[in-house]
Design a protein around this ligand. Structure first.
Ligand SMILES: *[C@@H]1O[C@H](CO)[C@@H](O)[C@H](O)[C@H]1NC(C)=O
Ligand SMILES: *[C@@H]1O[C@H](CO)[C@@H](O)[C@H](O)[C@H]1NC(C)=O
Ligand SMILES: *[C@@H]1O[C@H](CO)[C@@H](O)[C@H](O)[C@H]1NC(C)=O
Length: 505
């Protein structure tokens, strides 16, 4: 009895307030429309989600909302931020379209499923649409975004969308960010040409060449697709083959066959010459490799000043030596293509696998200076700094060889990073930027998940313009504002890296 009375009272009360509100505004008011919108959602009335929505309470006070999940500015409602609330159901775009002040909608991290909502109906004023981390699926009609003139950011990562990327996205003039990673989009990437546009299309089923307008995007934005190629990913001609491509093919194709052929012949000639020496010498030199390996190398090194063809120089004494020829012949795998150039993993017949990084954007530093810098890097040794093993110098291109580290990039173990960084500061006191390019993808993890700082101390040898465009240090506030770099800049990069770890972004 008691409960039925209460129900009656509520019914009357709710009816009255609805009538009051409706009549005082003429049209349906914002609170009425929002409550109507809420009724299309499931799981929306719990206290942890939208349970406090109440038409007797004003939506906003100043910049604060009194209703959960509303965005307010100066007393006015302008957006919905319904994130991580366990919501599902049908997104009622018809009701949303009547909310004329609505500029942004986020329903990220919920349980929405079904086709992409028909957001076109909401109209040309919407600026942000955030649908990531749900279970939306199916193909997006090509005209999904037609007429959405004001939209700047569209996030729909981590869903199950299929089919091709709608070309109506190309017609959005102010689009600056599109996140579609971790879906099942297929086909090719349309030629986005908006200014300052950023895309993340990683982990889909995309294929074909990357449009040239997107060549300055980060390679990680295209990783994990089918057969995608062209800058910033490896060049297209070689990408048809399966994963294992002999490194000779990759390098030949991109540097021009003849030069390398000459080098191979030269290397062969050298190897041949060496083999002619008495076998006893060979045996003893192998046996003594651990004791006195440097003599041979040092000799070769000094001789090399007069050699025209470049070869591979080892800066470490504790590694199995190999020739450029071995390297070129070894089965290789494309690891990725960072902002400096591509990197490959090569399995040599002897020793552990190594990583070869190609740099084409180095400064015009002379050969002697380059050798000098590399030899000083070769002397560095610390458990949290990835050791340089060997290098190769040509005016047009440099290769840096390091060990292959099993566990990819950083996800944890921050302390090793700071110790590695502190070590670089101590050992390289004359460099303004002892690291210069510290970011989470440049911290590798070894088999014990010990972090190794990589890509350090390259500022002196990198082309300035390229460095400004890509290196983390040049994104620092002191550089952006005053074009100055200081010994504190790497510390700023470390701060960003820590933030990346905490936020997962
Ligand atoms: C609301 O925020 C804007 C900028 O975001 C600010 O200019 C304004 O002073 C704030 N108003 C109040 C009442 O806090
Ligand atoms: C409602 O939310 C709870 C907790 O957020 C979640 O476990 C449940 O699956 C949700 N129910 C539906 C139907 O989405
Ligand atoms: C993309 O996938 C859809 C199925 O979702 C298929 O019908 C279509 O042919 C595919 N397109 C390409 C270019 O592979």
């Amino acid at each position: 009895m008691a409960s039925s009375t209460r129900n009656h009272r509520c019914l009357l009360f709710c009816l009255l307030t609805t009538i009051m509100i409706t009549s005082s505004y003429g049209q349906e008011s914002e609170p009425t429309l929002l409550l109507k919108f809420r009724s299309s959602l499931e799981n929306a009335t719990s206290s942890s989600s939208l349970g406090n929505w109440n038409s007797l309470v004003p939506l906003c006070t100043g910049n604060n909302s009194n209703w959960n999940g509303l965005l307010c500015s100066n007393g006015k409602f302008y957006g919905l931020r319904l994130e991580s609330m366990g919501l599902s159901g049908n997104l009622d775009v018809d009701t949303l379209s009547q909310l004329t002040n609505l500029l942004t909608i986020s329903i990220m991290n919920n349980n929405f499923e079904g086709p992409f909502p028909n957001v076109k109906k909401i109209g040309g004023r919407l600026r942000g649409l955030f649908l990531s981390n749900n279970r939306f699926s199916g193909e997006l009609p090509d005209d999904t975004f037609a007429g959405m003139k004001s939209i700047r950011r569209i996030l729909m990562a981590n869903n199950e969308f299929t089919g091709e990327i709608p070309t109506s996205l190309l017609g959005i003039p102010k689009l600056v960010e599109l996140q579609i990673q971790n879906n099942k989009f297929n086909g090719t990437i349309p030629a986005f040409s908006q200014e300052d546009f950023k895309i993340n299309a990683a982990n889909n089923r995309l294929e074909g060449p990357i449009p040239s307008q997107l060549s300055s995007q980060s390679a990680s934005s295209f990783a994990g697709n089918l057969e995608i190629c062209g800058k910033p990913m490896p060049a297209c001609a070689t990408s048809k083959k399966k994963k294992k491509i002999p490194i000779v093919a990759i390098i030949l194709a991109s540097i021009g066959g003849l030069i390398i052929l000459a080098i191979i012949l030269f290397a062969l000639f050298l190897v041949h010459k060496q083999r002619k020496k008495p076998t006893q010498y060979e045996k003893s030199s192998v046996k003594n490799l651990n004791e006195k390996p440097s003599v041979l190398r040092e000799e070769k090194y000094t001789k090399s000043h007069h050699d025209k063809a470049s070869k591979l120089y080892f800066v470490r004494r504790d590694r199995e030596k190999f020739d450029l020829e071995d390297l070129l012949r070894a089965p290789a795998e494309v690891l990725g293509s960072g902002s400096f150039g591509s990197s490959y993993k090569a399995d040599l017949p002897i020793g552990k696998p190594i990583v070869v990084r190609r740099f084409r954007q180095m400064s015009n530093m002379g050969k002697e200076d380059f050798h000098e810098h590399m030899r000083s890097l070769g002397k560095l040794s610390h458990p949290n700094v990835l050791p340089l093993v060997a290098f190769y110098y040509r005016r047009e291109e440099k290769l840096l060889v390091t060990d292959f580290i099993d566990n990819g990039s950083l996800a944890s173990h921050l302390h090793g990073v700071t110790r590695g960084l502190a070590y670089l500061y101590k050992e390289l006191p004359t460099l303004t930027l002892p690291h210069g390019h510290l970011k989470s993808s440049n911290v590798l993890l070894d088999h014990k998940f010990e972090p190794l700082v990589a890509d350090y101390a390259l500022v002196p040898v990198i082309n300035k313009d390229h460095a400004k465009q890509f290196m983390v240090a040049y994104k620092s506030p002191e550089y952006m504002q005053n074009e100055r770099l200081t010994r504190k800049t790497d510390v700023w990069s470390l701060g960003i890296l820590i933030l990346e770890l905490l936020t997962g972004r």
